[in-house]
Ligand binder design. Structure first.
Ligand SMILES: [Zn+2]
Length: 242
């Protein structure tokens, strides 16, 4: 499955699930929803959008186990080294990072990090914004270093915008967990499947034992526009008052 497909499904899952989930007491920094009694206001519009971008980035995290993939080039050598490390720990492509255990562990780990070390939280936020931008094609074809520079600039810009909108990150772990989970579901729909119950090595394929042969053309020409329309619809539903 291609990077942008993962990123777009991450955005859809976030826009669909986040407002009610973010209203959970542990995941909410503000008393907004308690004031109004409406769960949908647990996130400010800026937080909803920041979360969508971060969830898209998180939907790329499992593929950091693939150092030669384009997303490993997000921030040049920094993300390449990170990818090398992830690949080594997870035992190669589509290993440990493509499992339920990884999604839960990284979600909980990020939640803990976000609440304990502001610096760690900020590094995670920056990494995820960068992965999301790279996944949707930000970069200069054939120029590794140039692409990394463009990505670093845009990521810094978005990070500053989020800060100016006083975006809180109590929901960071939730976004990371949802993003990784969507990635695993997406890869299960390809013929290769995923070791969902890692460390058990059984591969899961959806629909049951069949899988769907997607192909580059289908994902770029049909699936991406359909997902993009769904995102616009969800944004409208979440942000435009009726
Ligand atoms: Zn994958």
């Amino acid at each position: 499955m291609m990077g942008h497909t993962h990123a777009l499904t991450g955005v859809i899952a976030w826009l669909g699930l986040a407002p009610p989930l973010a209203a959970l007491p542990l995941l909410n920094e503000s008393s907004r929803f308690i004031d109004t009694g409406i769960m949908a206001t647990a996130l400010s519009p800026a937080e909803l959008i920041a979360g969508a971008i971060i969830c898209a980035g998180a939907a790329m995290l499992p593929d950091l186990d693939h150092p030669s993939a384009t997303i490993a080039q997000t921030f040049g050598p920094v993300t390449w080294l990170l990818s090398k490390g992830v690949s080594w720990i997870s035992g190669g492509h589509r290993g440990a990072t493509h499992s339920l255990a990884f999604a839960v562990a990284i979600g909980l780990g990020t939640h803990w990090l976000a609440n304990t070390y502001p610096i760690g939280r900020d590094i995670m936020v920056v990494l995820l914004i960068g992965l999301a931008l790279r996944a949707i094609g930000v970069g200069i074809p054939g120029k590794k270093l140039g692409s990394a520079m463009v990505n670093i600039g845009l990521t810094a810009g978005l990070y500053a915008v989020f800060m100016s909108q006083s975006v809180g990150y109590a929901w960071l772990g939730l976004a990371v967990g949802i993003g990784c989970l969507m990635h695993v579901v997406g890869d299960c729909m390809t013929e290769r499947g995923c070791p969902v119950l890692w460390p058990l090595s059984i591969k899961f394929v959806l629909p049951w034992k069949i899988g769907i042969k997607t192909g580059k053309k289908f994902e770029q020409k049909i699936l991406a526009p359909v997902l993009a329309i769904a995102i616009v619809g969800l944004l409208f539903w979440r942000l435009v008052p009726v």
